[in-house]
Design a protein around this ligand. Structure first.
Ligand code: PGA
Ligand code: ZN
Length: 439
């Protein structure tokens, strides 16, 4: 039973306010911290910001905190919900309380904090780990699958100060034999990459971006991918480690339908959708890329669908889908992509995020779980990824506390499952469709 719900304002990894929620039950106090994006999609659920001049640059979350304290919390306590069996009902009730399709009234940041904390309370009431609780919520069966970590080791776009338009260059140790080994390989490549940047650009170029990846003064995607390829080869992992790219192209889409790769330093480098498709095809031919996320803008349906016809790799919709069943349905009917990025705060409740994942799976798509660029030390998504058996997750570089807290939690989960003698497979090359793994 929920005894009390409390909320307060805390800071995220960028030093910007975010919402913390505590749900108290007879099993203790269960806490959640809410993440926040920078390259946010325009169809995402609405994050409430106070917009008070001079206070945290207008980015305070006092209103969202009050909405939890004064509206959501008292209503949940009054209704006597039991998070052990009623997460779905709780999320539905709070959505109805909000009454808008995009959570603009109470705020997705308020609502998500409550939902995550209630999931933790539910797991504690059942005496099971959070990943187990979420697995049951999602109705997932079969062996446990440890995911391939996609480590964002080079940061560009709106996440760093360099002139690279593409936001994320990721490495993925698909050839490792366990999650822990994948992290070791990733960490080794990360440090080799630092050396390569140091050698080429000098010490001031080794600073990092919002997600812990390096942000050297590169502009073209080829420059970044060459650095990655060098670091991977120097470590001797060219067979085992592949690449993923998230250009986050909604950020450089122009109203006239074209894309500007020079948007960061205002020296225009305009590409038509056809030019951009050609660029991706060139990169796919030249580098071991296995995943491409948001190559086109959130409403550029036509280009997504054209590219998807021949795209040989996983094509992930982030801003395109915003973890929203309706957007997934639209993308399916247009054959726009073949994978859904899952960010819990894009939709605003744990239940809806799980529903979106289940729907994507039912279409034969893959699901890729993601953090936000503005993160916290909350490790919820680590458990969620194991619970949903999605086979892959991105949580930034193997660096910065708010990033590694998820990876460290995953090593704990892997060790715990193995120690308990449970079958625990590493998704490896099957990261898109881990159900194809044989035991
Ligand atoms: P965001 O970036 O959290 O700033 O939106 C992550 C992404 O685009 O995948
Ligand atoms: Zn993205």
């Amino acid at each position: 039973m929920i005894i009390a719900v409390r909320a307060s304002q805390r800071l995220d990894s960028r030093g910007i306010p975010t919402v913390q929620v505590e749900v108290e039950t007879e099993f203790g106090i269960h806490r959640a911290l809410v993440p926040s994006g920078a390259s946010t999609g325009k169809h995402e659920a609405v994050e409430l910001r106070d917009k008070v001049d001079g206070v945290y640059g207008g980015k305070g979350v006092g209103k969202a905190v009050r909405n939890v304290q004064e509206i959501i919390g008292p209503a949940l306590v009054k209704r006597g919900f039991n998070p052990q069996t009623q997460l779905r009902d709780i999320d539905r009730f709070v959505r109805d309380l909000d009454g808008t399709p995009n959570k603009a009234n109470l705020g997705a940041n308020a609502i998500l904090g409550v939902s995550m904390a209630c999931a933790r309370a539910g797991a504690a009431s059942s005496g099971i780990p959070l990943y187990e609780f979420l697995r049951k919520e999602a109705g997932i069966e079969g062996p446990y699958v440890m995911l391939v970590p996609f480590l964002n080791v080079l940061n560009g776009g709106v996440h760093s100060g360099n002139t690279m338009a593409f936001q994320e260059m990721m490495i993925a140790a698909v050839g490792a034999t366990s999650f822990e080994e994948a992290m070791r390989m990733g960490s080794e490549v990360y440090h080799r990459l630092k050396q390569a940047i140091l050698d080429r650009y000098g010490a001031p170029a080794t600073g990092i971006g919002d997600e812990g990846g390096f942000a050297p003064p590169v502009t073209l995607p080829e420059q970044a991918l060459d650095l990655l390829a060098t670091a991977v080869a120097d470590c001797g992992y060219s067979e085992q480690v592949k690449f993923g790219i998230d250009p986050a192209s909604s950020e450089f889409f122009r109203g006239d339908g074209s894309y500007d790769l020079g948007f960061k330093d205002k020296s225009p480098n305009i590409l038509s959708p056809a030019d951009l498709q050609q660029l991706y095809n060139r990169l796919l031919a030249e580098y071991p890329i296995v995943l491409l996320e948001d190559p086109f803008a959130e409403d550029d349906w036509h280009t997504w669908a054209a590219f998807n016809k021949t795209c040989p790799v996983e094509l992930v919709g982030d801003d395109l889908l915003v973890t929203n069943v309706e957007r997934v349905r639209m993308a399916d009917s247009r054959k726009a992509c073949n994978s859904m990025l899952l960010k819990v705060n894009q939709i605003g409740t744990v239940t809806e995020a799980i529903e979106a994942a289940s729907f994507a799976f039912s279409l034969g798509w893959s699901v890729f779980v993601s953090h936000r660029s503005g993160e916290t030390t909350d490790d919820f998504i680590a458990d969620l990824t194991v619970g949903l058996s999605t086979g892959h997750l991105k949580s930034g570089a193997p660096c910065r506390g708010e990033r590694v807290v998820k990876y460290n939690r995953l090593v704990d989960i892997e060790s715990e499952l193995k120690a308990a003698g449970k079958t625990c497979l590493y998704a490896g090359a099957h990261f898109r469709f881990p159900s194809e793994l044989s035991v």
